[in-house]
Design a protein around this ligand. Structure first.
Ligand SMILES: [Zn+2]
Ligand SMILES: [Zn+2]
Length: 268
């Protein structure tokens, strides 16, 4: 036997073809490259150990390949918004782009008109995790997808009333922000504190001051910056503010240990 082992070709026990080279060893046989590449994903997807695998297992997995490919895909959890019937806002006639809201009856609504009712029909940011996929993906669920244009017209009145109630209740503040989550985000050399939530009234901007009332006292601080999701592409309006009915994060360079999920921040 030479230094590089025997040169005699081997026969693959799965496809019965001859091959040269080292091949891929299983406990009961050596597979050719072609067959190995067809079972490789089996190890990754199904957490199988090579030392417990068998030639018969590989044979079955390869034979079943066609069935796996034609298997029905797992239905998506997220339904994209309905196709719109025209390129202009049903309410004001302004041209709309791809990002515009679409009602249940497929009427498009421009950003400006949608903003009028976001106080009662918010654009919800949430996460989607598909089976067998690794990371969670942020998605937007538009509550405007649920209503028709006649309902939208009524919503305009209800929204104005709701806004008035907020104004009365919170005493002419600039905005009200509802907290979903408070987390510290570690970076390579620094960290920051991110308070995720939604503006339920008014508009939140960087450098705004806020107050949160706790039993022992009222805490106040200044919002250092905003982290606005990249997928909000609303005519640039979203780059420096979190408007009514939209989600986003308030960013701080220090801990905000007195803010909890469910808190209401009064922005002045
Ligand atoms: Zn083979
Ligand atoms: Zn409009």
């Amino acid at each position: 036997m030479g230094l590089f082992g025997e040169k005699k070709p081997k026969t693959c026990p799965v496809c019965n073809r001859q091959f040269s080279g080292i091949g891929w060893s299983l406990p009961d046989g050596v597979l050719c490259d072609t067959c190995w590449h067809q079972v490789e994903d089996h190890f990754e997807n199904d957490d199988i150990l090579e030392e417990e695998y068998s030639v018969e297992g590989a044979r079955r997995y390869i034979a079943d390949r066609k069935n796996r490919k034609t298997a029905k895909p797992v239905p998506k959890i997220y339904k994209p918004q309905p196709l719109r019937i025209s390129d202009s806002c049903m309410n004001c006639g302004a041209p709309v782009d791809e990002e515009a809201a679409v009602l249940r009856d497929r009427s498009p609504i421009c950003d400006a008109c949608a903003s009028e009712v976001r106080i009662i029909y918010p654009l919800i940011r949430t996460l989607i995790q598909e089976p067998f996929e690794g990371d969670e993906e942020p998605i937007l669920l538009d509550s405007l997808n649920r209503i028709t244009y006649p309902e939208f017209q009524k919503a305009l009145t209800v929204a104005a009333e709701t806004r008035n109630r907020y104004r009365q209740h919170y005493g002419n503040c600039k905005a009200v922000f509802l907290v979903d989550d408070n987390r510290r985000i570690e970076k390579r050399r620094s960290w920051n504190c991110s308070v995720k939530g939604r503006t339920v009234y008014g508009m939140v901007q960087a450098k705004d001051r806020f107050a949160v009332r706790r039993r022992e006292r009222t805490y106040q601080d200044t919002i250092m910056g905003l982290d606005i999701p990249y997928y909000y592409k609303l005519s640039g309006r979203m780059s420096d503010a979190i408007p009514e009915g939209y989600a986003g994060s308030l960013v701080f360079d220090h801990d905000i240990p007195y803010i909890y999920p469910g808190d209401i921040l009064i922005i002045n």
